[in-house]
Design a protein around this ligand. Structure first.
Ligand code: FO1
Length: 310
């Protein structure tokens, strides 16, 4: 019997349009998505525990995401941030909107009560009336750390505080010696799996490299969508990070990084035939498609493709 479960490995802004399309159109194929959120970009700031990729995913599903910025809540105000910046400009580098901050305050309060991140995420899912399952990849504290010419720093410090400018010398993953995936993550990623376009190094690897996840993925039918067109990622520092870990900044480089478990890779229609062939030579089925998702029709088409492939 065919499974109806689909584990979806998500990053942040780059994945959000796909999340919205999957929410709208996947039920047509009677498949139930379980969205697995990256947690390696979580960090403490303003005394709050902030989980950008979990929140981007949750706001996408709740129909609340500020789609222009790709993060935060639509039409949010910025009174806290503006006033704080006038008091302490040096620490005001992370622009947390007022409503967005309310959610981070609630999460921090629940953490202080001893709740695990998965329980908190489930609570937030319910209060935001999100119907789909959302699972943080792990409840343990893991971080993507960027080794730069100015020293090692957390991903958010590199990307937001330092505007992604320092030269990147390497990428390290903190907390992995003790980290375990959630039971729900393992269950979600053991049959039909979709890897959304997102930074492979800072958003996808932190989830798929958790102990036991890669073994599950090897047994699963895994379809991926490339975050690159040619040598350019759709957004963010993916090219810098790929180079820093010795990988080619391209769809081929990403396919190679995922090659232990990737069965089918969908590339942008503007990719060349040579790239498709190089990926097929890795033993991965590869197709070119419209993966730009400019409107609802594009979203419907890509979900139709995904449902047929899975
Ligand atoms: N990205 C920025 O470039 N600048 C910001 O001030 C910023 C604030 C922010 C607030 C809440 C949130 O959920 C995300 C936010 N992001 C911001 C995006 C975030 O830093 C990254 O896109 C992800 O962490 C990448 O995985």
């Amino acid at each position: 019997m065919t499974s109806k479960r689909l584990g979806v490995v998500c990053g942040g802004s780059g994945s959000s349009k796909f999340v919205t399309a999957l929410k709208s159109f996947l039920p047509v194929y009677s498949r139930t998505p379980v969205f697995v959120a990256n947690v390696a970009d979580n960090f403490w700031h303003y005394g709050l525990y902030i989980c950008p990729d979990v929140d981007i995913l949750m706001y996408s599903l709740a129909g609340k995401l500020d789609t222009k910025k790709g993060w935060g809540i639509e039409n949010d105000s910025s009174k806290f941030h503006d006033f704080y910046a006038s008091l302490n400009p040096k620490e005001a580098w992370f622009n947390l909107g007022d409503a967005d901050m309310a959610l981070s305050i609630l999460r921090t309060q629940l953490i202080k009560k001893g709740w695990k991140l998965s329980r908190i995420t489930e609570h937030i899912r319910k209060v935001l009336h999100v119907k789909e399952a959302v699972v943080p990849a792990t409840d343990d504290d893991v971080q993507t750390l960027i080794k730069t010419s100015q020293g090692e720093m957390h991903l958010q410090e590199f990307w937001v505080k330092n505007k992604g400018r320092p030269a990147v010398l390497g990428v390290e993953y903190g907390g992995y010696s003790n980290a375990r995936p959630n039971g729900k993550t393992l269950f979600a990623l053991s049959d039909r799996v979709l890897i959304l376009p997102a930074n492979p190094v800072s958003s996808i690897q932190p989830t798929v490299n958790l102990p036991r996840v890669s073994e599950r993925l090897m047994q699963a039918r895994v379809v991926g969508i490339s975050p690159f067109v040619g040598s350019k990622p759709y957004s963010g520092p993916a090219a810098k990070f790929m180079r820093a870990i010795g990988a080619e900044p391209s769809s081929f480089g990403v396919a190679k990084l995922y090659s232990a478990f990737l069965k089918i890779f969908l590339l942008d229609s503007n990719e060349d035939a040579k790239t498709v062939q190089r990926i097929r030579d890795l033993g991965i089925e590869c197709q070119r498609r419209n993966i730009c998702l400019r409107n609802t029709k594009d979203g419907k088409e890509i979900v139709n493709e995904i449902a047929n492939l899975l």
